[in-house]
Design a protein around this ligand. Sequence first.
Ligand code: ADP
Ligand code: MG
Ligand code: MG
Length: 938
Amino acid sequence: MAKKSEKDVVGKATEVTVKATEKADKGKAAGEKYVFLFGGEGTEGDASMKNSLGGKGANLAEMSRLGLPVPAGFTITTECCNAYFALGGQFPEGLKKQVMTALAEVERLMGRKYGDAENPLLVSCRSGARQSMPGMMDTVLNIGLSTTTIPGLIAKTNNERFVWDSYRRLIMMYADVVMEKAEGIEPYDGKGIRRILDEMLDQYKYIKDCKADTDLTAEDLKTLAHAFKRRIKEVLGTEFPDDPMQQLWGGIGAVFKSWVGKKAVSYRRIEGIPENWGTAVNVQTMVFGNMGDSSATGVAFTRNPATGQNLFFGEWLLNAQGEDVVAGIRTPSPLNNATKTDQNRDMKSMEDMMPATYKELDAIRLRLEKHYRDMQDIEFTVEEGKLYMLQCRTGKRGGKAAVTMALDMLDDGLINETDAVLRVNPNQVMEFLLPIIEPKLEAKSQWLLKGLPAGPGSACGEIVFTSADVVRATRMGKKVILVREETNPEDVEGMRDAVGVLTARGGMTSHAALVARGWGKSCIVGASEMQVDAPNKTLKVGDKTLREGALITMNGSAGTVYEGALRLVEPTAGEDYAEFLRFMSIVDKLRTMGVRANADTAVDARKARSFGAEGIGLFRMEHMFYGEGSAKPLFLLRKMILCITVADRVAVLKELFPYMKNDIKGTMEAMDEFPVTIRLLDPPLHEFLPHSQLGRLELSKALGIAEDEVRKRVDALQENNPMMGHRGVRLSVTYPEMTEYQARAIFESAAELIRDGKKVIPEIMVPITCDVRELRHTKEIVERVYAEVVRRFDLKKLKYKLGTMIEIPRAALLADQMAADAEFFSFGTNDLTQLTFGFSRDDIGSFMSAYLDQRILAADPFQTIDQSGVGALIEMATLKGRAVRPDLKVGICGEQGGDPASVEFCYKTGLTYVSCSAFRVPVARVAAAQAAIKAAKQ
Ligand code: ADP
Ligand code: MG
Ligand code: MG
């Protein structure tokens, strides 16, 4: 296996190389343009050229075109980067000349000369791919300082300290990026040159009793620079280059090479960024924020990225270079007074210290937002009172902020409703519904355990190890988290009462995950580093042991568990929620596909409705055997399973009847005119068999048969492969009386509600069918009961629909036949995925992560629809079904119904609706609207 994947990687790499070589050759022939100027009137690129110039280069060009103060420079294209690799790490022909021409133009614009002894120009070499890869690639500042240029710059600036400070920075960055990383030198002991030099700096500061870098004098910095150079020679074996041209080309090559650096490669793998995009290099005139107290540097967002508030938000440092703010070497101050917090109240804002420059920057902020029509993330530097713009890009933001900004910009006429809806990542709207760990606190905390993020939101509580302990503790008013090896239906009561659920085993569609997600309950599954010792009520992680009652905090959206209690904050109702509702009303205006919820009780149905569900896509009959009040019906079910004669079974069914009716009626009443799809019983029998002696004893009493006989019957019912066993419609075939009673419960509930003036239309759904004859068999029973109920209630108005789930590939293959008797299809994508892949959904934990790591699968098909395989079945079944029955309603009710990519797929395939757990209904609504908008744009 390992060998094969290795070969694959090599194969792919050669492919890229070959393609790039072809391009490079073509480039040579056509004299491809590799270099684009920016900064002055001769700016050649613009924002649309991200693919060639990278995000940074394209936006530097765009800002130049807007007439903003951008230090002049040029961008070397990503195509050149590919050509460089195709040539085995050599610059393609013609590049040298293009760079020299561009450099001459920059020199002309800036009135300085690169490498000049009297009036030297310094530059930075900055990386920049199409998509921002924060901190993954390298940048070198202050290139061009050497024994010839240093005296000139000192004379010109009359600022010796600044020049030596810039030089020691150049040495540190250059040694790290160009001389070590780009040369592929693996530092001894994992301690790279950067760390060695940093330690020298710290030591020097300690000896000199300096607190900040700014306390070092020119003499100190000069001494350090020389010491650095000696040390570099010792450690790396090469001399720090003193020739400005050598420095420049070293910088350019190193930025290219940083594209294949370790960090960048693994980041691309995670983010799915193609290898052959390449990075651009931006060579840009240096401007200096470290020239004294009229100089500064900073980063800012045109609006607050955490709250969305329309206030200029950022950080700045006096007398510093850009890297200082980002690297967190010094604590930056807030940009303005309006955004100060309790922590930084005493620090001086730029607004106070440099009021005129701040005003200028604020004007640029407005200008940029107007131009890009979105929040921007910017970098700037002030050199002796003069402001320069060094970067801008669309800023990342949290969910609430995304909604707030979209609505504000809509109100200001900056964007229209379509744009507003597209601005919010569908998953982000969940943030409006769930409690979260106080973000700053979480950022500072180290997690104890990591698992799969199965149920969203955060929870904090004492750990307990059994469902019964949860119930007991909750009664005493405690908040507890249920910790299990894995959960089963008997844990449901505990799961419901617990504030969170944590399991060592299981995947994203394991029992615990499904249940928790449906409730919007914080849940982490598959935290495999944890050893659960339920009998002794302890859990172990490494050599750490936590006992019952220990406090933990879990972030179900990230899959992280923390020791102790971290503060949780409620996504407050009130203002935020009102904003959410307004946003969702715009979403619904642009949405065409229906969104329903999976819910089994009146309470859940009401919740689903409040989240905007337009019906129930999946009501499961067997829900009455789980959770609160399930003891009696569960006992009856067990009894029924063990019955041998029809008469005995009917007797039990009569007892079960009121339980069936209860929730059906409540749910239909809650949804009123919206449709409710009720799935006939599909209980996995193995989950319900009595395995304990006590359970068997109880049943033996109830049935009046010997315990031994009970054991025999249980053994006889044992299945080797229960997922493919005696379940679903198969039960209807073997025990028609079961279907009969279910149909009666549904029709009686509907009839009673209609009699009371409600407008309900039940949709009866048959599970796990593989042949139309199974459906016909069930339909005959349903029709018979329907006639009986209509007669009894004298109700002609009672209408219903009968349809089937499509969960078995054979049913999809024969969908035209199924549609002859089914009025609707609902794709049960959990089982359909299981049976199409042949992956047992309860056992994927042991191999899925390897499949994902090795990119055999791009995503877990139980979370997002496998569009090429399972999706092909869905598409085919929909087409075949509608060919026979044009008005066939088609929906999906698997877990993927709340996954944005799956929702988009369902829209494209022409599904009537998607159905998902109540908490994901808003996500599905946004995703459905976005799918419609995107389709209309094409
Ligand atoms: P990153 O992509 O990691 O932010 P950048 O290329 O933006 O890397 O550069 C790192 C820091 O150096 C930034 O703060 C940037 O503003 C600053 N910087 C880059 N080039 C220059 C320059 N020519 N003059 C002044 N500061 C610069
Ligand atoms: Mg940057
Ligand atoms: Mg199923």
